[in-house]
Design a protein around this ligand. Structure first.
Ligand SMILES: [Zn+2]
Length: 160
């Protein structure tokens, strides 16, 4: 039997399923939500539902996107011969802050770690490994070479 009334325990349980939110944090957030005005709670609930309804994954790079293509893929001014492979959409923000990169991105949607059981089989990872080298060569005006501009270059970053 749970200590809290049904709806409160459900709220705590749901919050506790969020990444980085442990049981104590889930309780603290739940009690905060119970104290705030109803319109604030409605605004939070609406923002979650709105984001879920309007945001999906870019079909080309797997970044978050409101349309078929994300802003980076839709931007014709970006250099499509250079690809920055990132683990997570948040990593793009870190790279963009440098204002040094004008290429395109590919988001793996998680780290590739065969030791931990994640490998090239996820859709985002498989898409990259299957298509990116030939895609980069096809876009190049010169024949495929092994120069740094002809192949996607790895780019590592970690959003902090
Ligand atoms: Zn994209």
């Amino acid at each position: 039997m749970s200590v809290y009334a049904g709806p409160v325990q459900v709220l705590i349980d749901e919050l506790g399923r969020m990444p980085g939110v442990g049981p104590k944090s889930a309780q603290r957030i739940a009690f905060h939500l119970l104290k705030i005005p109803a319109e604030d709670a409605n605004r939070l609930a609406s923002s979650i539902l709105d984001a879920k309804a309007r945001v999906s994954w870019c079909r080309r790079c797997f970044n978050i996107s409101e349309g078929d293509l994300c802003g980076f893929c839709a931007d014709e001014g970006r250099d499509s011969s250079v690809l920055c492979v990132v683990e997570d959409p948040r990593d793009i923000v870190a790279v963009e802050r440098t204002a040094e990169f004008r290429g395109r991105y590919h988001v793996l949607q998680g780290a590739i770690s065969p030791i931990e059981g994640s490998d090239r089989s996820s859709s985002a990872s498989a898409s990259y490994w299957r298509a990116s080298p030939t895609r980069a060569w096809r876009r190049s005006s010169s024949p495929p070479t092994r120069t740094s501009r002809a192949r996607p270059r790895p780019c590592t970053s970690h959003a902090s």
